[in-house]
Design a protein around this ligand. Structure first.
Ligand code: BEZ
Length: 241
């Protein structure tokens, strides 16, 4: 399978038939009443257990994503009616009262969208032998460009803590000065981008430490997080344009 939406590529516009009505994808990305960033994720199939746990987690966490400036939209290869019925199962399985499903689910019964975006998993087939979407997830910026792709097999539910971590990392590193090291968690020290001069990093961040390495090159550098007073305000880095 090839993912047709490369990193940095602009998403195509396509018609969406969803549990929240019909609209063009770009109109959803541009909706001024919603956060500017978007998580777009695919599910293999309605009424399946792993997908149900994932969607329940998304419903539970949608506000946390909104607080970070990110809205959500899902896709599964069934009809709107099936999505609506499945949504009730998702809420009940999570123990939620009411029927407030807080983001749209795109219906893609003919797999046209999943196929055109390269999201089908040829190894996972439904009872009729049709390929199902993989567990794909894109983080889409306000410029409609793909900032991150993750791809899991149907048998592995996604780690949404990791999705939150990716969002924090993408937002922080958008200043072009810092990057996030392996297993970085919010609050940990940051790496300095290898193309950034010591002085530039020191102007922006406190506590720069250069780790001595046998090559003698001074490229393994860490800074404290955060340094500048304005960076103490979470809103200062959460929605780069
Ligand atoms: C699931 O969501 O449990 C699932 C869906 C498709 C294939 C395998 C598992």
């Amino acid at each position: 399978m090839d993912f047709k939406i490369q990193l940095g590529a602009e998403f195509p516009n396509f018609f969406c038939d969803t549990t929240h009505g019909q609209f063009n994808f770009h109109d959803y990305l541009d909706d001024q009443e919603l956060p500017a960033w978007t998580i777009f994720f695919s599910h293999p199939k309605d009424f399946t257990p792993v997908c149900t746990t994932e969607l329940g987690t998304c419903v539970e966490w949608a506000q946390a994503f909104m607080n970070k400036g990110v809205k959500m939209i899902g896709l599964s290869c069934d009809s709107v009616d099936e999505h609506l019925a499945w949504s009730q199962d998702v809420l009940a399985a999570k123990g939620f009262e009411g029927d407030n499903f807080n983001f749209p689910l795109i219906a893609d019964p003919k797999r046209e969208i999943a196929s055109s975006l390269g999201m089908l998993d040829p190894n996972e087939r439904d009872a009729a032998g049709l390929p199902m979407p993989a567990r794909g997830l894109f983080l889409i910026g306000p410029d409609k460009r793909n900032k991150c792709t993750i791809l899991y097999p149907a048998t592995t539910g996604r780690n949404f803590y990791e999705v939150l971590r990716i969002i924090d990392s993408v937002f922080l590193s958008s200043d072009g000065v810092v990057t996030t090291p392996a297993n970085w968690q919010d609050g940990d020290r940051l790496c300095v981008h290898h193309q950034v001069a010591h002085e530039v990093a020191q102007e922006r961040y406190a506590g720069m430490e250069i780790i001595p390495v046998p090559s003698g090159y001074e490229y393994v550098r860490f800074v404290d997080y955060p340094m500048m007073p304005e960076q103490m305000d979470p809103g200062a880095y959460q929605q780069p344009s």
